[in-house]
Design a protein around this ligand. Sequence first.
Ligand code: G4P
Length: 534
Amino acid sequence: MSTEIKDELQLEVQRRRNFAIISHPDAGKTTLTEKLLLYGGAIHEAGAVKVRRSQRHATSDWMAMEQQRGISITSTVLQFEYRNTQINLLDTPGHQDFSEDTYRTLAAADNAVMLEDAAKGLEPQTRKLFEVCKMRGLPIFTFINKMDRPGREPLELLDEIEQELGLQPYPVNWPIGMGDRFKGVFDRHKRQIHLFERTAHGSREAVDTVIDLGDPRIEDLLDQDLYYQLKEELELLDALGSDLDLEAVHGGKMTPVFFGSAMTNFGVQLFLDAFLEYSLKPGHHSSTIGDIPPDYPEFTGFVFKLQANMDPKHRDRVAFVRVCTGRFEKDMTVSHARTGKTVRLSRPQKLFAQDRESIDAAYPGDVIGLNNPGVFAIGDTIYNGQKLEYEGIPCFSPELFAYLKNPNPSKFKQFNKGITELREEGAIQIMYSQDDSKRDPILAAVGQLQFEVVQFRMQNEYGAETRLELLPYSVARWVAGGWEALNKAGRLFNTVTVKDSWGRPVLLFKNEWNCQQVQSEHPELDLRSSAPVV
Ligand code: G4P
């Protein structure tokens, strides 16, 4: 490899950041995304939120935004350039789209932004996504949103993060007032006050007046009671101690916290600037030949998501690949680790539909979308140079379960072929009852949409009609140590045991409470909410 290419690679890695937003529906993910685009210069005016929201049922939020604005967004990745840094924002599908893909996206992310509604604090979907981030040791940046509305006390919100997630919060900025009286934020590092002026529905960048804490103009600009409240709170924060420890942030032990209001743009730019400074660049990935650094000269990557187009007129499938190392080039030929085949990566434009420039090359931290004529499965590695395979993406705890019935015995072959292929591809998890007389596969999904996709594809791609029979469970746990550990524990109550596709025992519970009960009665059982793919 020439030094020129090596330098180019290093430069591209240095100027890349990639992250996913984890949040609960309605916390403001779409609004924040839009505002990040506004500051990133990808759009010039935010708005049309209502139109977008009404389209939510049909397509993901970002797809709708793409249609309206004609900019380079897909439901999987959104790229924009900010202060000479290429930012890749990976979509974590929520709402109706919540599925195992939401978790898998986090396997392709280097950083996570945890978005909270200031009035609600931590919510269920955020907690679940946090667990996956924790498992991966991702750095987490917290944005506490909707400060322009009455919310919970900032200190209480920080305490909740610390107590419930075991993550040490470090407020990078501090809110001045709340609700109608939310005036801005204090930047604790520069010791400056940012006072914002509202623009109509936050459609343009907020006007930001910056003054030092000791500036006498403060008395004119800020109500006295807010000023004294701020001083008091800052003293308290300083007394509480602890500095921002970047090593702890990068290890997923400490979270830098930002307060703001995405709707009015307050604090969005400060957040983005700090994120650029503190976030992790594309990093190492472990593989069968050891840890691979991003400046490893050959192109390598792994598939983290497959998307089947549901439109019968465009029955294509796209495999989304996270570039781990090297330079991706259009039409390049790579090896496919699982099958040993050689694959030509043509037509990557699927992902960069409107962004012609991006078609030709991609670098570590980027995501490319490849047409997938059935070659790829979740977790597949593609590589050039020495053979290597990245660690697979684990199975995540499903929450919805249903028998999939074949009402038409003459279609037995098609039904089985469909189930096998969809399982191998990672569209859904398949489990089986221990009772051999119940041979119907159990579909196990993270979101309802996965059931719909499976039924649709069984019918359209395999010609097999199917019927769902829902099962009353909502929690699944794998047992570390397998059948031996489970048999040792003896009889368990309020749970059923099924087998996953690899024959491993999985306990299904009606609710979290039953799961906790079994765990407390059998502390010797090591119950896991995810399991490696074998
Ligand atoms: P999501 O993608 O996380 O589900 O949330 P989304 O951005 O769609 O926001 C959910 C609701 O919260 C929207 O209101 C949105 O305008 C509002 N919102 C987002 N950020 C803020 C904020 O900083 N302050 C306030 N006050 N509201 C915020 P909606 O009433 O459901 O829709 P719309 O009528 O505003 O379009």
